[in-house]
Design a protein. Structure first.
Length: 274
C-alpha cells in the first residue's frame, strides 16, 4: 500500500513539474513574502502547509495545531479558533533567511480539489448562507452589476446571488470587486512552479493521502485526519452530482470559459475536463 502511495506522489509531482516547465517561465523568479503568504508553518514536525480553501483546510489547520501542541485533539478546536485565532504562524511572518531556511528544510505540502467542485463548494458556503462579509462586499457588487431590475432590498443586502451571476463576475475581466482566495487558482495561491512541494494530496482521496502524509512526517500514531465537516454540517458535501446541477444553469459558452479560467489547475493537478 505504501508503495503505491509513493508512486502516486511521484506521478503527481512529475505532472506538476512538467506543466510548469511547459507553461511557466518563472522558475528563476525570486520567492517573495507574497508568494508564501498562504503557507502555514509548523516548526515542531517541520511542516509547511499551503492553504487551499474548500480542500480540507480547516481540518488541516486543526491537525497542525495538534502537532504543535496547541490542542490535544482535533475535536476540541472550534471553527473560529482555526480561522481567526492566529495560533499558527505564516511563512511570510519570517525574515528572508527564516523563509528560505524553512523552504529548504521543511516538508512542503498542499491539498487540492477538482476546480469546479471547489468553486461550487465556495459558492454554496459564501452565498447560500447568511454571511456578513461576502454578502455586503461581493454580493452587493455582483447584484448591482449583473442583475437587471434588481430590487432595492437585494441591492441593500447583497443576499441571494445566483450561481449564474457569480460566474459572470468570475469571468469578467473588469470585475466590480477583486478576487478572493476561495475561488482563486491554486496556481496563484501556492505558486507550485516556484515552490517545489514535497507532497501533493487530493481532496478526493483525502483520508488515504492525509494519513500517508502523517505517517511520512512521523506524527503521533493516534493522530488521524478528522472526517467531520465543520460548517453547515447538516448539509450534503459538494459532490460531482451537485456540481453538475449548478453548472447546468450556465450556457455552454460560460461552462467552457469557466474551464478555461481554471485550465492551469486542471492541467497541473491532472483532473480530467468535466
Amino acid at each position: 500500500k505504501w508503495k503505491s502511495l509513493y508512486r502516486i506522489q511521484r506521478e503527481r509531482k512529475q505532472i506538476m513539474r512538467e506543466t510548469c516547465s511547459k507553461y511557466k517561465s518563472n522558475n528563476r523568479r525570486i520567492i517573495t513574502p507574497y508568494h508564501v503568504s498562504r503557507i502555514f508553518v509548523e516548526d515542531k514536525y517541520r511542516v509547511l502547509y499551503c492553504e487551499v480553501p474548500k480542500a480540507g483546510c480547516s481540518n488541516w489547520k486543526r491537525v497542525l495545531m495538534v502537532l504543535n501542541g496547541l490542542a490535544s485533539s482535533t475535536k476540541d478546536i472550534q471553527h473560529n479558533t482555526v480561522h481567526y485565532g492566529n495560533y499558527l504562524k505564516r511563512l511570510d511572518g519570517f525574515d528572508h533567511k527564516g523563509i528560505y531556511h524553512r523552504l529548504n528544510t521543511y516538508t512542503k505540502m498542499l491539498f487540492i480539489r477538482e476546480p469546479f467542485e471547489k468553486l461550487v463548494s465556495a459558492f454554496r458556503d459564501k452565498f447560500e448562507h447568511p454571511n456578513n462579509y461576502y454578502h455586503p462586499v461581493f454580493g452587493k457588487a455582483i447584484i448591482s452589476r449583473y442583475r437587471v431590475n434588481a430590487t432595492k432590498e437585494a441591492l441593500r443586502t447583497g443576499s441571494g446571488v445566483k450561481f449564474k451571476e457569480f460566474i459572470q463576475y468570475l469571468l469578467d475581466v473588469h470585475r466590480p470587486v477583486g478576487m478572493d482566495i476561495h475561488w482563486d487558482h491554486v496556481n496563484r495561491l501556492c505558486s507550485p512552479c516556484l515552490i517545489d512541494y514535497d507532497f501533493v494530496g487530493k481532496f478526493e482521496s483525502m483520508e488515504e493521502d492525509a494519513n500517508f502524509f502523517l505517517h511520512l512526517i512521523g506524527a503521533p500514531q493516534n493522530l488521524t485526519f478528522p472526517k467531520f465537516k465543520d460548517r453547515h454540517s447538516n448539509e450534503e458535501r459538494t459532490t460531482t452530482k451537485i456540481t453538475q446541477q449548478y453548472f447546468a444553469q450556465l450556457s455552454p459558452s460560460q461552462r467552457q470559459r469557466s474551464y478555461d479560467f481554471y485550465y492551469m489547475d486542471y492541467l497541473m493537478f491532472n483532473y480530467s475536463k468535466p
